[in-house]
Design a protein around this ligand. Structure first.
Ligand code: AVI
Length: 309
């Protein structure tokens, strides 16, 4: 964190968004009219759930493993499709937030009879270990919501390779990814009229005030969303509205901001058709199928773990 605030331009790591308040703000973002990602991906699932599950299963029983499961809201459609072709389903929910997981577990088991939720409190970005499936079972790893887009290309490639090492040949990975589209749509999605994304971005400062005794005044920073065409990514920044000095009591340290100086807080990569298939191939998956919405805004790609020999 300190290194990021000492670098030029200043940066803060995006994991800082997700304390309890930040996770709630993110849930609100997913319901905003401008934030098309969640509802577009959900519509793809609603339309193609049976085909997705069929491809992944290849005639066997399925087990689901979701990375960064959160509330697992969209996954429910796929769970129901799996239960239409098999009795009972193990759903392994991997996340670093035990509270979100516990709430999701109780709700899913109550509302979708036949699903057994196993909570795996792990940080999948730092390597993780899954238990072996039952013989005759195939695993479907879900990495949806365009979460992959929040990682730099080399980190994203590393995560996909890591997932591949946990799978047997014939298991699958379902990746949800946001596609490049009209700049206005992207800017609105990351700078909504109600200011929820701005509050989500500034929540980082609130968190640093609480966790490290910093004295950021969030009102002295503005939320900025920028489309970086060259890098094919949406960026979020916080721009200082004045020359100011912020003190971190817990670190006995101060940092200065000039008026107009920015802190880069997030990248959200947007892909072109074919990009995800290429990433999957490079990580040891054969691309089995791609589903998209009518407007071509979002895609869901199922990669099958290829023979590693
Ligand atoms: C979690 N992630 C996929 C979101 C995104 O769209 O990159 C986080 C987010 N940032 C601003 N709005 C939503």
């Amino acid at each position: 964190m300190r290194t990021g605030l000492c670098s030029q331009p200043k940066t803060l790591p995006p994991w800082l968004f997700y304390d309890e308040a930040g996770s709630q703000l993110f849930e609100q973002i997913t319901e905003l009219p401008e934030y098309y990602l969640t509802r577009t991906e959900r519509a793809i699932f609603e339309r193609h759930a049976a085909a997705i599950v069929e491809h992944a299963a290849g005639g066997r029983r399925l087990r689901f493993t979701e990375l960064g499961a959160g509330s697992a809201e969209k996954t429910r459609v796929l769970m129901k499709a799996a239960l239409a072709r098999q009795s009972g389903l193990i759903f392994e929910a991997v996340d670093v937030s035990p509270t979100a997981l516990l709430v999701a577990q109780a709700r899913i088991e109550r509302e979708i009879p036949g699903v057994k939720v196993d909570l795996l409190d792990m940080d999948y970005t730092n390597g993780f270990k899954l238990c072996a499936c039952d013989p005759g079972e195939r695993r479907l790893v879900l990495y949806i919501g365009s979460s992959i887009g929040n990682f730099e290309p080399d980190e994203a490639a590393r995560i996909l390779r890591k997932v591949r090492t946990q799978l047997n040949e014939g298991d699958s990975l379902l990746l949800g990814a946001d596609l490049v589209k009209d700049e206005e749509l992207l800017l609105d999605a990351y700078d909504d009229a109600a200011g929820v994304t701005a509050a989500f971005n500034k929540n980082m400062l609130v968190r640093l005030n609480r966790d490290l005794g910093a004295d950021f005044d969030p009102a002295l920073f503005d939320h900025r969303a920028v489309w970086n065409e060259t890098m094919s990514r949406m960026e979020m920044h916080l721009e200082s509205l004045a020359d100011q000095r912020v003190r971190f009591a817990a670190l006995d340290w101060e940092v200065e901001f000039g008026e107009g100086e920015t802190i880069h807080t997030e990248n959200s990569y947007k892909y072109r058709p074919g990009d995800i298939e290429a990433m999957l191939k490079a990580a040891g998956f054969e691309s089995a199928a791609t589903w998209t919405d009518e407007r071509g805004w979002f895609e869901v790609v199922l990669g099958k773990a290829a023979n590693s020999k």
